[in-house]
Design a protein around this ligand. Structure first.
Ligand SMILES: NC(=O)c1ccc[n+]([C@@H]2O[C@H](COP(=O)([O-])OP(=O)(O)OC[C@H]3O[C@@H](n4cnc5c(N)ncnc54)[C@H](O)[C@@H]3O)[C@@H](O)[C@H]2O)c1
Length: 257
């Protein structure tokens, strides 16, 4: 197994991408602390999983994230893998965004990642070993209508990841990010359902013609977690079916022909 004896924390592990990463890491032999604000959700992720422990935690508080990491180190002796996965957008035009929405998106998306990266680094650096994986988004690379607050927060996640990797480049701890494209999770399905034509119409606009699956993000996280990625550091890895590779000014081919 590729993560035998590793100790991992995955935040936002009660649903979607976080749940898939927690299960994949556990399947590869890691002991996984699946942290989420929603106790029922994280209990479902841990159900029937010998190597997953559910833990309630609100990652928008620095103290809560520090305690999460401290408790894991006290219980398991160390932490090898930290996946900072919590993030949330509030869709809406910039001119309509309230201060509360801005602060909420920043707290959930950027501050949570900062707290998690800092706490994990402090715990991992003395061991000169570890892998931190921040879940970013294609929205962090370029502008999109309705995604200004979320995109700004994810751009911050990208920069935080790069700076952390550069600062600690000789430490033995690697810090990378994954930028998913549109992944089939409850949050995006609820959003797409409200668009004209609903989920099928939205899915047809996606370059690969389908949503990505949470398991496809988990597979990329697994690579970054293993020693096979020993020289991969400070990378923002797009896992998006070519979405970020496309020059938007030129229409994609007509795939139906
Ligand atoms: N789904 C996509 O298409 C997509 C695309 C790009 C990036 N992402 C990013 O991937 C990550 C996961 O997205 P998802 O679609 O799997 O989300 P999701 O809504 O399915 O799951 C998010 C989980 O985070 C938990 N959570 C929310 N607030 C929390 C808090 N304060 N503390 C702890 N846990 C909290 C929720 O309870 C939920 O279990 C996010 O950072 C998101 O921005 C998702």
């Amino acid at each position: 197994m590729r993560l035998d004896k590793r100790i991992a924390i995955v935040t936002g592990a009660g649903s979607g991408i976080g749940a898939a990463i927690a299960r994949r890491f556990a399947a590869e032999g890691a002991s996984v602390i699946a942290a989420d604000i929603n106790a029922d959700a994280v209990a479902r992720t841990a159900e029937g999983q010998e190597r997953i422990v559910g833990q309630t935690c609100d990652v928008t508080g620095a103290g809560a994230v520090d305690s999460l990491v401290d408790d894991v180190v006290a219980r398991f002796g160390r932490i090898d893998l930290m996946v900072n996965n919590v993030g949330q957008s509030v869709a809406g035009l910039l001119t309509d965004a309230t201060d509360e929405e801005w602060n909420r998106v920043l707290a959930l998306t950027l501050s949570s990642t900062f707290y998690g990266t800092r706490a994990a680094l402090r715990a991992m650096l003395p061991n000169r070993s570890g892998s931190i994986i921040n879940i970013s988004s294609g929205a962090g690379f370029a502008g999109a209508p309705g995604l200004a607050t979320y995109g700004a927060a994810k751009a911050g996640v990208n920069h935080l990841t790069q700076s952390a990797a550069v600062e600690n480049a000789r430490s033995g701890v690697r810090i990378n990010a994954i930028a998913p494209g549109s992944i089939e999770t409850p949050a995006i399905l609820a959003w797409a359902n409200n668009l004209p034509g609903g989920v099928p119409a939205y899915e047809a606009t996606l370059l690969p013609g389908r949503f990505g699956r949470p398991e496809e993000i988990a597979a990329a996280a697994l690579f970054l977690a293993t020693d096979e990625a020993s020289f991969v550091n400070g990378v923002i890895l797009s896992v998006d079916g070519a979405a970020s590779a496309r020059m938007p000014a030129i229409a994609p081919p007509d795939f139906d022909k």
